[in-house]
Design a protein around this ligand. Structure first.
Ligand code: NI
Length: 388
C-alpha cells in the first residue's frame, strides 16, 4: 500500500486526466488475477469479488484525482509533475481500497472468510470537480450494489484514530458565478461610465451582510467569493467584472433561501449601480448523508481494531463537500474520516502545498474497510433486514 501510494503521489493527475493512474491500478489488480473494467474514456477502475456470493454486494469507493497545487515537500516521493499534487490524499484512498480489495480476495481464495462475501472496489476519477461519481454510476458501478463504504483522510486527527458521524457529514456545495456588465471609461470621469468594479465592491459587502442577516443562524450557511477579475489598467474603468464563489449549506431550506437572497441583493446592486448583474449557480455535490446502520457497522469494526478511545464521534458536520454523496442518493452507505497526521508533528491541511499523510493510516483504513465488508455480508444481518 505504501508503494502504491508513493507511486501515485509521485505521478499525480488532475481531475479528468486520470488515465495513467487508471492504468497503474489496472496493472496492479490484473497482476493479482482480477478482471477489471475501466470507466468512461479510460478513467476509473472497477474490480470485484469472484462472484461466489448471492444477493447484493457491498462497494468500497476510492477517488483518484490530484489538485493543481505545487508540491512544496522535500520527500523522495514528492510530485514529479509541476503544479500538480495529491494534496487531498486521494492517493492514500486508492492505496487503502486496493489493499482492502487484495486482502478480501486473498481471504476468499484461501477459504478463511466465514461466509460468502460479494464486494466491489470502485476507483473513481474527478472527485474534486464533482463529475466522477456520476460518470461511474452511469457506467453501471452501482449495479448489484446494496451498500457502500468510503474513507477520507483527515489531518485534524492523528493516524491510528478515526471519526464517524451518522446523518449529514458534509455540506451541499453550490458554485456561483456573477457577471457584472457596466460601461467602461476614463478613470478621471467615472460619471460617464457604469463602473463594474464599484458594483462588485458593493455587491460583496452587501452579500456578506445580507445573506447571514436573512437566515436563521441555527441553519448553517457559508458564502465565500473566492475569485474576482476585472480591469487591466490603473486609469481605466473596465466594461465588466466577474466574481466566482460558493454557497455551502447543510439544510435544503436554508440553501434555497440563501440562493434567493443572493439574486435579490444582486438585483438591488444592479439598480443602484446602473450595471447589469447576472448570477448563475451550478450545483456541486449534495450533502453526504451517512446511513445510521452502516455508520454503526464502521464504528464497531474500528473499535474492534483500534479500541473505543481511538474511535471518535464527529460532533459537527464539515462545510466541505464530497461527491460520494451522489452514490448515497442511490444506496445507503457511510464515509468515515481516517486520521492521518503524524502524532506530535504540525498538521498540514488538505489542499495545501505541504500536505502529507502518516502512512500508518493506510493499513488501518484498509482493515476497517475489509472488516466492515465481511461483517455486512453476514447472512444473519440480511435475514434480519429482510424480516424488518
Ligand atoms: Ni478529497
Amino acid at each position: 500500500m505504501v508503494e502504491t501510494r508513493r507511486h501515485l503521489h509521485t505521478h499525480p493527475e488532475v481531475s479528468g486526466e486520470e488515465t495513467e493512474t487508471t492504468r497503474y491500478l489496472e496493472e496492479q489488480l490484473a497482476s493479482d488475477g482480477f478482471e477489471v473494467r475501466t470507466g468512461p474514456a479510460g478513467r476509473g477502475v472497477i474490480a470485484e469479488s469472484a462472484g461466489n456470493g448471492s444477493g447484493p454486494g457491498i462497494a468500497m469507493r476510492a477517488d483518484l484525482d490530484a489538485l493543481p497545487i505545487q508540491d512544496a515537500k522535500s520527500v523522495a516521493y514528492r510530485s514529479s509533475v509541476r503544479g500538480v499534487m495529491h494534496a487531498c490524499g486521494h492517493d492514500a484512498h486508492a492505496a487503502a481500497v486496493l489493499g482492502a480489495a487484495l486482502a478480501l480476495d486473498a481471504a476468499g481464495k484461501s477459504g478463511i472468510l466465514p461466509w460468502p462475501v460479494t464486494w466491489r472496489a470502485i476507483f473513481q476519477p474527478a472527485e474534486e470537480t464533482n463529475h466522477g461519481a456520476l460518470e461511474m454510476i452511469e457506467a453501471g458501478a452501482l449495479e448489484g450494489v446494496g451498500a457502500m463504504l468510503a474513507l477520507h483522510v483527515d489531518p485534524s486527527r492523528p493516524a491510528g484514530t478515526i471519526g464517524h458521524r451518522s446523518g449529514v457529514l458534509t455540506a451541499h456545495c453550490d458554485e456561483m458565478r456573477v457577471l457584472i456588465r457596466g460601461r467602461g471609461g476614463h478613470a478621471a470621469r467615472p460619471y460617464e461610465s457604469r463602473d463594474p468594479i464599484a458594483a462588485a465592491a458593493q455587491l460583496i459587502n452587501a452579500l456578506y451582510v445580507a445573506v447571514p442577516r436573512s437566515l436563521d443562524p441555527r441553519h448553517t450557511v457559508v458564502l465565500t467569493i473566492g475569485s474576482i477579475a476585472a480591469g487591466k489598467r490603473y486609469n481605466a474603468i473596465p466594461d465588466r467584472a466577474v466574481l466566482k464563489g460558493t454557497v455551502r449549506s447543510l439544510d435544503e431550506n436554508a440553501r434555497r433561501r440563501a440562493v434567493e437572497r443572493v439574486r435579490e441583493v444582486a438585483a438591488g446592486v444592479a439598480r443602484v449601480s446602473g450595471t447589469e448583474i447576472e448570477v448563475t449557480f451550478r450545483s456541486g455535490p449534495p450533502s453526504v448523508m451517512n446511513d445510521p446502520d452502516l455508520t454503526d457497522l464502521v464504528r464497531q469494526c474500528a473499535v474492534d481494531l483500534l479500541g473505543s478511545d481511538r474511535v471518535q464521534h464527529i460532533g459537527e458536520p464539515s462545510m466541505g463537500g464530497d461527491d460520494f454523496a451522489h452514490y448515497l442518493k442511490r444506496v445507503p452507505g457511510s464515509l468515515f474520516r481516517l486520521g492521518c497526521s503524524r502524532p506530535g508533528a504540525a498538521s498540514t491541511g488538505l489542499h495545501t502545498p505541504d500536505f502529507d499523510v502518516d502512512e500508518r493510516a493506510l493499513g488501518i483504513g484498509a482493515k476497517i474497510l475489509a472488516r466492515a465488508v465481511v461483517r455486512w455480508s453476514e447472512p444473519e444481518t440480511h435475514e434480519k433486514e429482510a424480516k424488518r
